[in-house]
Ligand binder design. Structure first.
Ligand code: GLU
Length: 273
């Protein structure tokens, strides 16, 4: 398959220098390979995504000189595809209901960056406990049951190419990840692997804060019969405090740099591109 990569922002805030670095790194890789570059809007978190941020994504990337294939896919329009994959995993007994609090679940689903703050390996509840929680109307999320998933793969080690080296997947790093819940029908992990495959992405190029995620994505791909792309991780752009830039770093947003009269070339130079 010919080279294809993507930039997949979530429209939950304005893009900043870190996003610019990620988008430009992937875009330049596609150009160097004579391949495809896609932009994908990852708007599964309906509580935090806003149309104005999606509009700003197009404006900021065009200003940077990035060119992407159209039509742009929006994950909010593909929920039935993710639901079908989840149904398949349910039918195979590879997921279970988790009744933890809504808040901790939402945080876990929306923030895939960096190592897991807490790794869950609970497995399903005893049937009677689950039945009474369900009867009480308690809300729940669907988690991947890692033990069952590893069994389903027959203990076969999964390998993938990351940053030029063959790597053995270690899905235990993230544990029983959340795949879905009622008001959030597909987590980042589920939607992202399905769309990378559906869009013919051969190279996933993204920040090194998503290295952990690759280890579980490779497992999801194996379970769902999807191809595994090649992974490349780039360095992160840090703020003055030495921490990864976040949506709260307003000074570093592309919109504010543009408003200050900074030219796109100066942004590239500042990023070392
Ligand atoms: N929507 C994710 C983010 O904004 C995409 C991560 C990825 O490239 O897979 O971080």
């Amino acid at each position: 398959m010919s080279f294809g990569t993507r930039f997949a922002p979530s429209p939950t805030g304005l893009l900043h220098l870190g996003h610019a670095f990620s988008a430009l790194t992937a875009f330049q890789a596609a150009q160097a390979a004579g391949g495809r570059f896609l932009l994908r809007i990852e708007d599964t978190d309906i509580t935090r995504c806003r149309p104005m941020f999606e509009a700003a994504i197009y404006e900021d990337l065009a200003w940077l000189g990035v060119v992407w294939e159209t039509p742009v896919w929006r994950q909010s329009e593909r929920m039935d595809v993710y639901a079908a994959a989840l149904d398949e995993l349910k039918a195979r007994g590879l997921v279970y209901r988790c009744f933890r609090t809504r808040r901790s679940l939402m945080e876990e689903m929306a923030a895939p960056h960096g190592p897991a703050t807490q790794v869950v390996r609970a497995g399903p509840l005893p049937a009677d406990e689950e039945a009474s929680l369900l009867a009480s109307g308690a809300p729940f999320a669907w988690r991947l049951w890692l033990d069952a998933a590893l069994d389903a793969l027959g203990g076969k080690a999964l390998t993938f190419e990351a940053d030029g080296a063959v790597t053995v997947a270690d899905p235990e790093r993230l544990g029983d990840i959340v795949l879905a819940r009622k008001e959030f029908p597909a987590s980042y992990h589920l939607a992202s692997v399905i769309d990378d495959a559906a869009q013919g992405i051969t190279h996933v190029i993204r920040g090194e804060d998503l290295i952990e995620a690759a280890h579980i994505h490779v497992l999801l791909q194996a379970l769902l019969g999807l191809p595994t792309p090649i992974y490349r991780h780039h360095r992160l752009i840090l703020g003055a405090d030495g921490k990864r830039l976040a949506k709260r770093d307003h000074a570093a947003t592309l919109a504010s740099l543009r408003a200050d009269g900074v030219a796109p070339d100066a942004v590239c130079a500042r990023l070392g591109l």
